[in-house]
Design a protein around this ligand. Structure first.
Ligand SMILES: Nc1ncnc2c1ncn2[C@@H]1O[C@H](COP(=O)(O)OP(=O)(O)OP(=O)(O)O)[C@@H](O)[C@H]1O
Ligand SMILES: [Mg+2]
Length: 372
């Protein structure tokens, strides 16, 4: 019941209850005083009756008023006390103090709104803590990944300067290694630059209409001449009846595919490497599935592979060495295209990476200008 209704009911009760009780009381007193009297009551009995009546009325008014006021104010004051306590807890930084409201009145609504504000504040605080932790990890990883090659470069150049590399072959080898390390650093810095531009949404996408079926056919044709993929068996599937027009940035789409395919190649433990790409047309989006028969990803690592700098094999000096930015960049690009990305994997069997790209409907805009 709303507070307004409760107050009206209590006011009505404050009039009705005393009247009823007063009439009852009057009846009882009259019966007690006058029942044994025959004829006209004496003045003393009437005075006695009037006094008792007056005192009874006073008593009824005080008790009814007191009980009703206490009951109504309790239902209002209790939630206010709970809310005050909760507000104090929040102002002291405790966002775990939950408010459970059973009232269905205005104060119950206020408590619910307060509770939703508290849980949103808690969520925002947790998100900001997570963001802050990620930022710290990010800075630590960058520092580590830049410092390691820099230390080796200094070591190799010192080796040449100090004469440790004392013959032309050794000098050549030292300088070549230093150059390779500098090149790795250059690659990492470029990746970082790209990642932060995507993160700040400062990378402008040049969206154009792309027919994915034709795009992949051309892409795979070009891949045949790439020596690193010469041992990989590719397959491509699509439904001929469906259409696969999407709006995408050609360069970024290439980056997505390069990253995913490079991973399939790098993290393969099979001699017969297989990569299959398939397209599935949904109402609003095209799902592209990249499936490999590599070593797969453990269940606990799977949700983390799209995080920046996350590598399952955290040692960065292995043959498969990378920065762990590849899939984080892919995710940012896909999201920048309004799409989604996720992965499925089974250890020992292989990994599937799925991306969705928003579909451009036939007849909408310049669908006849097909680029591939
Ligand atoms: N197809 C795959 N099969 C098995 N593991 C994979 C696959 N793709 C990604 N991973 C795992 O996910 C991690 C993150 O991949 P990501 O591409 O982001 O980084 P990276 O390949 O280590 O480095 P980078 O791509 O920056 O050179 C990898 O280190 C790898 O352990
Ligand atoms: Mg990678």
């Amino acid at each position: 019941m709303s507070i307004k209704k409760r107050l009206i009911a209590s006011n009505v009760a404050m009039i009705v209850i005393p009247i009823v009780l007063f009439l009852l009381l009057e009846l009882i007193i009259a019966t007690l005083i006058f029942s044994g009297i025959n004829g006209t009551p004496v003045k003393k009995d009437s005075q006695w009756f009037m006094t008792l009546r007056f005192m009874g009325l006073l008593f009824i008014l005080i008790v009814t008023n007191g009980i009703l006021t206490y009951m109504v104010s309790k239902t209002i004051l209790k939630p206010i006390r709970i809310l005050t306590k909760a507000a104090e807890e929040i102002s002291n930084g405790n966002l775990n103090h939950e408010i459970v409201s059973v009232n269905k009145d205005e104060l119950g609504k206020l408590s619910e709104t307060f509770e939703s504000m508290r849980s949103q504040l808690k969520k925002a605080k947790e998100e900001s803590e997570l963001y802050e932790n990620n930022r710290k990890e990010f800075v630590a990883s960058i520092s580590h990944d830049l410092k390691t090659p820099l230390t080796s470069i200094k070591g190799y150049i010192n080796g040449v300067l100090d004469g440790i590399a004392d013959n032309p072959e050794m000098k050549q080898m030292y300088l070549q290694t230093a150059y390779q390390k500098a090149d790795d650093m250059d690659h990492l810095i470029n990746e970082l630059f790209l990642y932060s531009k995507l993160d700040l949404k400062q990378l402008p996408f040049q969206f154009e209409l792309i027919q994915l079926e034709n795009y992949f056919a051309d892409y795979l044709e070009e891949l045949k001449y790439d020596p690193s993929f010469k041992e990989v068996e590719f397959s491509f599937q699509s439904e001929p009846r469906d259409h696969y027009f999407v709006m995408a940035d050609r360069l970024s789409l290439g980056r997505i595919i390069d990253n995913i395919l490079q991973n399939s190649l790098k993290y393969s433990d099979k001699t017969e490497k297989k990569i299959s790409i398939s397209l599935q047309s949904k109402t609003d989006a095209v799902i592209v599935k990249f499936e490999d028969n590599g070593k797969g990803i453990a269940k606990e690592s799977l949700p983390r592979i799209f995080e920046s700098f996350y590598r399952i094999d955290s040692s960065r000096n292995k043959a498969t060495g990378g920065s762990g930015l590849g899939l984080a960049i892919v995710k940012k690009i896909v999201e920048g295209h309004g799409g989604e990305i996720w992965a499925e994997s089974e250890e020992g069997k292989g990994t599937s990476i799925y991306i969705t790209l928003k579909k451009r409907k036939v007849g909408e805009g310049n669908a006849e200008r097909i680029n591939h």
